[in-house]
Design a binder for this molecule. Sequence first.
Ligand code: FES
Length: 249
Amino acid sequence: MTDARPPGGSRRGFFRTCLATATLVASNPSLLARAAPVRHYNRVLLVDEKGEPIRAQALTGGGAYIFHYPHVTTPCFLLDIGRPLAGGNALKTGDGEAYEWQGGAGPGASVVAFSAICAHKLSYPTRTLSFLNYRAESTPFMNGELAEEERKQIIYCCSERSVYDPARGAEVLGGPARQPLAAIELEYEAQTGRLYAVGTRGGELYEEFFRRFGFKLALDHGIEDVRALAEERAEAVAHERYSAQPVTC
Ligand code: FES
């Protein structure tokens, strides 16, 4: 959980990251709790279906995009919530490990990304259908106190009705999910408007995901090594084009 070494990243890059983090923490010890849980993977440019860099400014439609990171088979949501998200809220993994969410990226600090693998029974968007969906519109659900609630901008899993709040690090709002969706660390390059995925924060479920779905993932993605890490570029596709049939509830 706390091993920040990139499984497939370069050793030199890893040591550079460690040195930079140590320097930052030494100058501001209060950052320690916040910085520690980040896992750094490859720095991957997010591109559109034509291979052009996704501009943070272009993510304004209110819909969700799907890209794969940190592994080429592990889906993520990319969202623009449309307002600045400071982050810093305290979250916990299913193992009880505390971490803080980093907040939004991009020019308006409004762009966020999360693993699109439900933290209950690992439902995830496929090309054919998706039980796990971002709901920009006002949507009723049952909250943690088993009271009815209605909210816009939630991530809703219609397998067993887990609900997450992407404006607060994908914390669990209701349902049986054991932890927030893992956050994908984004880096925004202000000069170019480009977005990069650089790591994860929070509880990963990738090994369980590979154990359970490895065979299907290999078939669906046409690859042998389902654990292969995304490198250089990851294509972000509008969710309504990625999954033929969203299942909403
Ligand atoms: S798999 Fe998502 S709620 Fe069960």
